[in-house]
Design a protein around this ligand. Structure first.
Ligand SMILES: *Cc1c(COP(=O)(O)O)cnc(C)c1O
Length: 345
């Protein structure tokens, strides 16, 4: 038994999800493995996805691309969403990374460096990164991919989705030689005309639903678990944790569990957070501490060393995120470096 909080990654579930997303969208999946694959570990995740047939990956940062290139070897195509930032061109080239060029200065820098293969982002309304349609450059040598990003893919009824899709289709037609990539996870579920040549999901690979709630075709991948460090009986009227965050209205049995905000258990988990313990969902009581939480196990048979699940197959990521007032993406990327990652499958 390891005493510490652990993030277990089910690589078979990851494999299921990548094939499910290809089937749902009808297009090849080019996985997004930025931010260390949303905290799950970019290298083991990408290695498994390679075995499942993925040959093109997206990262956000140059450093992520360099690390992935040295782990995966020369074969896969790696795109860097940040683009060619500042004087990054030589480092991008040295690692055979393709920047997604987002504006004119990036395009100039890449050309000045004789950069070679790259992608282009067209902004179709998100106003975050990418060329405005009217500023998009003429087709040029080396352009291998053209992409855009949906602002509201998690809201299928949002009319902006269709407007962005149509704007992208028109803009991408200018670049006949380039692969067209448009849909993130949510976009994979919007219909076949959103898929274009390759889809670009992140969160659904890692077990989050496309609309911020669990989806029956997406399997849970990540489990954040901890161990019970101590079990105690708290008499009525006594308080639990910092600032008397919870005062017991009647006698309660409490399990103090070894996961806190320094592991990525958000403080916003209280007062609504729950954990799965001994076969049921039980509330977190009082404040989340740095290293521990208190869980109400009144009436349960729970002992020191027993496991508790903060999210995973029994307490789904999207539900845990909602209880903390956030989204699956933030919950996953909040799991800190102190938490060992364990891989299954
Ligand atoms: C993060 C990101 C994705 C993946 O989005 P998900 O919602 O996690 O599927 C795709 N494209 C771009 C440009 C991104 O920044």
């Amino acid at each position: 038994m390891t005493a510490t909080a652990t993030l277990t990654v089910d690589l078979d579930a990851l494999a299921h999800n990548v094939h499910a997303l290809a089937a749902i969208s009808g297009a090849p999946v080019h996985p997004v493995v930025k931010a260390d694959s949303y905290g799950l570990g970019a290298i083991p995740v990408a290695q498994r996805l390679l075995r499942e047939g993925s040959r093109t990956f997206f990262v956000a940062r140059l450093a992520e691309g360099i690390a992935l290139r040295s782990a995966l070897g020369p074969e896969p195509t790696l795109y860097v969403l940040d683009g060619c930032v500042g004087d990054a061109a030589p480092a991008l080239k040295a690692a055979d990374l393709r920047p997604i060029l987002n504006h004119g200065d990036q395009l100039m820098a890449w050309r000045a460096a004789d950069g070679g293969a790259c992608g282009l982002q067209i902004d179709t309304g998100m106003n975050r990164l990418g060329f405005r349609i009217e500023d998009a450059p003429a087709p040029f040598e080396g352009l291998s991919l053209v992409m855009s990003h949906l602002a509201c893919a998690d809201e299928p009824a949002q009319p902006m989705n269709r407007r962005q899709r149509d704007a992208f289709a028109a803009a991408a037609a200018r670049y006949p030689g380039a692969l067209r990539s448009f849909a993130n996870s949510g976009g994979c579920f919007l219909g076949p005309d959103y898929a274009f040549d390759a889809v670009r999901p992140g969160i659904c690979l890692y077990g989050g639903g496309p609309e911020g709630r669990p989806h029956d075709r997406i399997k849970p991948v990540a489990t954040l678990s901890a161990r019970v460090l101590q079990v105690r009986d708290v008499p009525a009227g006594e308080s639990i944790g910092y600032s008397r965050g919870f005062v017991a209205p009647e006698a309660r049995r409490i399990a103090t569990c070894g996961a806190g905000y320094a592991d990525g258990v958000l403080r916003s988990q209280c007062p609504n957070g729950q954990v799965w313990v001994a076969g049921s969902l039980r509330p977190i009581l009082g404040r989340v501490s740095m290293d521990v939480i208190a869980v109400d196990v009144t009436g349960l048979d729970v002992a020191v060393g027993d496991p508790v699940e903060l999210f995973g197959p029994n307490h789904l990521l999207d539900d845990a995120a909602a209880a903390a007032g956030t989204i699956s993406y933030e919950l996953l990327t909040s799991v800190t470096a102190r938490v060992p990652r364990r891989y299954e499958g």
